[in-house]
Design a protein around this ligand. Structure first.
Ligand SMILES: C=C(O[C@@H]1C=C(C(=O)O)C=C[C@H]1O)C(=O)O
Length: 360
């Protein structure tokens, strides 16, 4: 006979008590790991290990929970366990409510110390100066392209990339009321204004578009001006007590932004291989015919796939460029090591930005 509601709830309570015991047993083990690490002075956060834990559990998952549920649940479990070893301070483009904050929480889980910063430059400064152990910066949006400021800062920073994560970015128009009447100014980060330009052209063609340092800052300003509207994520509306006057106004329904997680090499060395890894490089080539073609040859020869190729002006006044290249694999693999060695010999400038597990 089918169980009654109260019988099912009693069964759930029993399982929850078992989970509680098991989770605390896990936390106790993480605490012991923390003591070992303190003894040998090794880093608390090990992204490759966390990636392996999640990949392993997803592969072993019999359901009915979905793989993405498993990732979310264990991200939080590991975040809480990691915080018992030592809480990690994470810098991102603030204030509270930004997509950068959401990306930081998605990557590290919620058991972190928040270091909200007023600009991308400030995130790099806070992380390289030590007031944060890690920084989270946007690098690329699938509709607007690269976040040029982040790429330019990567060039001279002592920080390296140790992880990545990407977010589905839904922009909402928010203000003190829920109507579109009487909006004179739309305030948001230039990337958000660009990602919503078709919607704005159609629905608010006469409103002035004003760029500010973050979408959350735009939402904060909109809360103080009844004729202004901000464009930001749901968290910002809740944070500043605003109504959503129009939902998901981004021009591309699958608008995604990719974020890089950075730190000083002394905080965390390049993560070991997780099985699904990426190497990010910045290179420049001598200004001669065929030089860009030449750097692709070792990749083909050693069977390494390139997942990204961007260029940025070198600002030398010579029409020279830096190339930002992502390769799939890990330098511990012989074919990757050989490809990198050959590539390096062809470059006028060569910097490994980071080796890290591929993100969500
Ligand atoms: C427990 C460890 O420390 C941290 C916490 C982890 C976890 O909770 O599984 C995994 C990796 C580390 O970021 C470990 O290194 O194994």
């Amino acid at each position: 006979m089918a169980k009654t509601l109260s019988e099912l709830r009693i069964a759930i309570d029993t399982v929850d008590r078992e989970l509680l015991q098991l989770l605390n047993r896990r936390a106790g083990l993480a605490n012991e790991v923390g003591e070992l690490k303190r003894g040998e002075g090794s880093p608390v956060f090990r992204p490759e290990r966390e990636a392996q834990v999640i990949n392993g559990l997803q592969a072993a998952n019999p359901g009915p929970l979905k793989g993405e549920n498993i990732a979310h649940i264990w991200r939080e479990v590991m975040s809480a366990c990691r915080a018992l070893e030592a809480p990690q301070r994470v810098a991102y483009l603030g204030p509270h409510g930004t997509f950068s904050e959401q990306a930081a929480l998605q990557f590290f889980g919620s058991s972190i110390e928040h270091v909200p910063c007023s600009s991308i430059d400030e995130v790099f400064r806070a992380t390289s100066g030590g007031s944060a152990q890690f920084g989270v910066v946007p690098v690329e949006n699938n509709t607007e392209g690269v976040v040029t400021r982040s790429l330019d800062l990567f060039l001279n920073t002592p920080l390296h990339i140790v992880g990545e994560t990407s977010l589905l970015v839904r922009h909402h128009l928010m203000r003190t009321t829920n109507s579109l009447e009487g909006i004179e100014v739309v305030v948001a980060h230039p990337q958000a204004l660009a990602q919503c330009q078709a919607w704005l052209n159609t629905h608010l063609p006469n409103a002035e578009r004003r760029a500010v340092s973050s979408n959350a800052e735009g939402a904060r300003l909109a809360a103080g001006h009844p004729n202004w509207a901000g464009i930001a994520g749901e968290r910002a509306a809740a944070e500043f007590g605003l109504h959503i006057a129009a939902h998901a106004i981004q021009d591309d329904a699958f608008n995604r932004t990719r974020f890089a997680v950075v730190c000083l090499p002394q905080t965390l060395q390049a993560p070991e291989a997780s099985g699904r890894d990426c190497v990010s490089l910045i290179v420049s080539v001598p200004n001669k015919p065929g030089a860009v073609h030449d750097i692709l040859v070792p990749l083909k020869q050693h069977g390494v796939s390139m997942t990204r190729f961007e260029s940025r002006p070198a600002r030398s006044g010579q029409w020279e460029y830096y190339f930002y290249i992502d390769l799939e694999g890990h330098p511990a693999q012989p074919q990757m090591a050989a490809a990198l060695q050959d590539l390096r010999s062809l470059c006028a400038f060569y910097k490994v930005l980071g080796t890290y597990p591929l993100g969500e």
